[in-house]
Design a protein around this ligand. Structure first.
Ligand SMILES: [Cu+2]
Length: 313
């Protein structure tokens, strides 16, 4: 990244000899599970922000009127439980499993796993490339998801998320749909619930408290991921549209004039992610605001990126 904006989030696979991943063709089971999904009627909304807090280089502004068609959306990000069903049904192998490693936040790596740290990311030394880290073993081979089945699945690349969507008869939200949903019908508020981060001192989302990246006070109750349905939902009934895990969108990332708020599904080098994660902090990476955005390559996976699905109405 050429920009100077500090980020907890930009961590991307970079390989000398990128080998094509063998992805098994997933049979398109045509079963749209609309039960449990929330219908949003769409319409016109104000996307983006011109506030002082906006990260200019990310292309958060200008504010523009955008039209959204009606669609269905999952109230929560896809959980470990749901992803396990998909894998047991299809035998799908994620990209992290094919590569043999994934990005893990340094605090979560045990002494036993330390010898399996293949690389520390330059410029973001809190990200370690851990051999054997994947969705079943989020912190490496000595970790499990057994006590986190209701948490968001992580170490999922954009390509993996697309495979899940295909199986489920759903799709990834466009960035426009994602922001419309996240705003929950509020107009130009900073967060999905309003303008105050902790109204009456009550935490509304899972982000970082303390000194990033060394000391996480976890005042919101969580060091890493939280259950996908934790914290109050926004006015549309959607959970964790801010914090917890970044969420993949369908669009390629772009900024500037080519980014008027229309869907960018045809070309690009990295995919949009939205919402921020348990690692974001105002002092460092203020990207849990509802207008904030960043990107990652379609084959990258980390312990703080997940996804939620939408479906056509
Ligand atoms: Cu961040």
């Amino acid at each position: 990244m050429a920009e100077k904006v500090k980020s907890c989030c930009a961590v991307t696979r970079q390989r000398e000899n990128l080998q094509p991943i063998e992805t098994k063709e997933v049979s398109a089971v045509n079963r749209v599970h609309l039960e449990g999904m929330i219908y949003l009627e769409g319409g016109e909304f104000l996307m983006g922000t011109d506030s002082d807090e906006a990260i200019q280089a990310d292309g958060e502004g200008p504010v523009r009127k955008v039209q959204v068609q009606p669609f269905y959306i999952d109230p929560c990000t896809v959980t470990n439980e749901q992803f396990r069903k998909f894998v047991s049904d299809t035998g799908y192998k994620t990209e992290a499993e094919s590569y043999g490693d994934s990005f893990v936040f340094h605090h979560f790596v045990s002494a036993e796993t330390k010898p399996r740290v293949k690389q520390v990311v330059q410029g973001a030394p809190w990200w370690w490339v851990v051999e054997g880290a994947n969705w079943r073993n989020p912190e490496g081979v000595d970790s499990t998801i057994d006590d986190r089945m209701d948490h968001p699945v992580v170490h999922i690349s954009w390509n993996d998320a697309m495979a899940f969507c295909k199986w489920a008869g759903k799709r990834l939200p466009t960035e426009v749909e994602w922001e419309y949903a996240a705003r929950g019908g509020l107009i130009q508020k900073i967060y999905p619930w309003g303008d105050e981060l902790t109204p009456n001192g009550v935490h509304q989302c899972n982000i970082w408290q303390g000194e990033f990246p060394e000391k996480n006070d976890a005042l919101d109750g969580y060091l890493g991921t939280a259950p996908a349905n934790s914290f109050p939902a926004n006015q549309f009934g959607l959970y964790n549209m801010a914090g917890n895990v970044w969420e993949w969108c369908a669009d390629w990332f772009s900024v500037g004039s080519q980014h008027p708020g229309v869907n960018n599904l045809s070309k690009g080098s990295a995919k949009v992610i939205r919402g921020g994660s348990y690692l974001c902090h105002q002092s460092y990476c203020n990207r849990y605001r509802v207008a904030a955005r960043t990107f990652n390559t379609a084959d990258s996976s980390t312990g703080h990126i997940g996804f939620r699905c939408v479906a056509d109405s």
